[in-house]
Ligand binder design. Structure first.
Ligand code: THU
Length: 129
């Protein structure tokens, strides 16, 4: 599965986003080391802060299925530049091994980053007593 194919899967998932408040639909596709793909979309709520981002929804779906190691995550939205994960999602992403994160927009622009590039000097389990 190449990066553009994974972005295409993220775009398919995006059609199921529930974003009535922001109007900003996001889709994510997470490729596990097993080869399986897990989808996520943003799921907003009338109590705005309760909403969840597409990236965290994808990770939750994959972990629920028993996955802990990942190859790539693609995220796509209709944004001027490739859609950048929010800070909270970056922290969730660095919890699990993942080789690369592919940011995309519906215009076809891609940007590929490592988790360390997305969140340098991240807080992690090594800091805990
Ligand atoms: N959102 C995501 O799902 N992922 C991102 O990478 C950026 C933001 C969602 C949260 C909210 O539902 C909407 O996009 C606008 O912020």
């Amino acid at each position: 599965m190449n990066d553009r194919e994974l972005v295409a899967r993220a775009a398919e998932f995006r059609s199921r986003a529930y974003a009535p408040y922001s109007g900003f639909a996001v889709g994510a596709a997470l490729l596990a080391r097993s080869g399986k793909i897990y989808g996520g979309v943003n799921v907003e709520n009338a109590s705005y802060s309760v909403g969840i981002c597409a990236e965290r929804a994808a990770i939750a779906a994959a972990v629920t299925a028993g996955e802990r190691e990942f190859e790539a995550l693609a995220v796509i939205a209709d944004s001027p530049a490739p859609c950048a994960p929010c800070g909270m999602c970056r922290q969730v992403l660095v919890e699990f091994p993942i080789a690369r994160v592919i940011l995309a927009n519906t215009a076809g622009d891609l940007r590929v980053l490592t988790p360390a590039e997305l969140l340098p000097h991240a807080f992690g389990a090594a800091a805990l007593p």
